[in-house]
Design a protein around this ligand. Structure first.
Ligand SMILES: O=C(O)CCC(=O)C(=O)O
Length: 341
């Protein structure tokens, strides 16, 4: 991209019909057909390799009897999960930002859309997630947000890698619920999940938005991207289809705003108005694995002198567990609080 092209980028429209103003008002927008299949294929190939790595690891550890090599992107992880519950979580916890993921995060079309929301200076926030929702498996990764992270405007780009609909657990959002600029009180956890929850009543009382009339189901196909504000209540329902609902989310903010995440990791500047030809330093960003940083942080706080991370550990713990009301317990909370004793 030349310096001249840089000046034209903000002139591009976000998407057919969704204006900048409407996006800011609703707190979300969908850009239809932002990516072609060719744009997304390297990311899918990368996930296939990572899933293969997990299959090999489980096989060697004697946890599964079949590698399911004849299954592809849409079903292999489901087969692994059926034989060994937790395969999905192992994928979530792998922190490797492969070359394909880096290329997607700094894809020009994606950054052009983000630039219209954030301006010409854009950084990657340290949090990114893989979101494979396997059939019947409701778990996905928690929004690992400390309260500091709400101090900056963070835009999530939620990128489905398959068509999404209400049966396979597409996203939903509560339109306009970000406008007061408040964080509603969350609760933890329902069932075996490690999702934080917000009651509809709490959204209505604190954020002043009627959930029934403002909840929008965002059924989007592969290639489209959902962008939303970090103060917008959002989530997805269980996957009752036969295929995995694959998605990934990447987050963006201005580079001069706090990155949150307990200050454990800084962001990475992807675009700079001062340096239109900037090349992001991915290696510097990737040196630190965020799950290892979190574990280290927890250990320091608890004084725990624990062994290396168990490579087959399927619990997810994070310091935000201390922020919210606990309404039910499960292995994730037990692990966190037992460690703290
Ligand atoms: O993918 C999902 O089901 C949830 C996504 C989400 O919560 C997020 O991107 O912040």
């Amino acid at each position: 991209m030349t310096a001249i092209q840089h000046w034209f980028r903000p002139l591009l429209l976000l998407s057919g019909g969704s204006t900048w103003f409407l996006t800011l008002w609703q707190g979300y927008t969908v850009v239809d057909g932002l990516f072609t299949d060719d744009d997304l294929q390297p990311t899918i190939d990368s996930y296939n390799e990572l899933v293969d790595g997990i299959a090999q690891k489980l096989y060697k550890a004697g946890k599964i009897k079949n590698l399911y090599e004849d299954h592809g992107f849409e079903t292999r992880l489901t087969m692994l999960e059926k034989e060994w519950e937790g395969a999905v979580v192992l994928l979530l916890k792998q922190g490797e930002l492969t070359q394909a993921f880096r290329d997607l995060w700094s894809n020009d079309k994606l950054l052009n859309a983000v630039e219209q929301l954030l301006g010409p200076d854009i950084a990657a926030n340290p949090i990114w997630n893989t979101r494979p929702k396997a059939p019947g498996n409701k778990e996905t990764i928690p929004p690992i947000f400390d309260l500091e992270s709400y101090k900056s405007m963070i835009i999530t780009a939620w990128i489905p890698l398959v068509d999404t609909n209400k049966d396979n657990g597409c996203m939903h959002v509560v339109a306009g619920a970000h406008r007061k600029g408040l964080v509603a009180t969350h609760k933890m956890f329902a069932d075996t999940l490690f999702y934080v929850l917000i009651d509809d009543k709490e959204i209505e009382n604190t954020l002043g938005v009627d959930v029934k009339t403002n909840k929008r189901l965002v059924e989007i196909p592969k290639g489209s991207v959902l962008f939303f504000n970090n103060l917008l209540p959002h989530g997805s329902d269980p996957n009752i289809s036969n295929g995995i609902r694959w998605a990934m989310d990447l987050r963006f903010q201005r580079p001069d705003k706090p990155f949150g995440f307990w200050e454990l990791k800084q962001g990475l500047t992807l675009r700079s108005s001062k340096d239109p030809l900037l090349k992001p330093d991915w290696d510097a960003f990737c040196v630190q694995d965020r799950y290892k940083l979190l574990k280290q942080f927890e250990k320091e706080k608890t004084g725990e002198t624990e062994k290396e991370m168990d490579p087959l550990d399927t619990t997810i713990t994070a310091p935000h567990f201390e922020k919210w009301e606990i309404i039910g317990t499960n292995k994730h909370l037990e692990t966190y609080f037992n460690k703290k004793k």
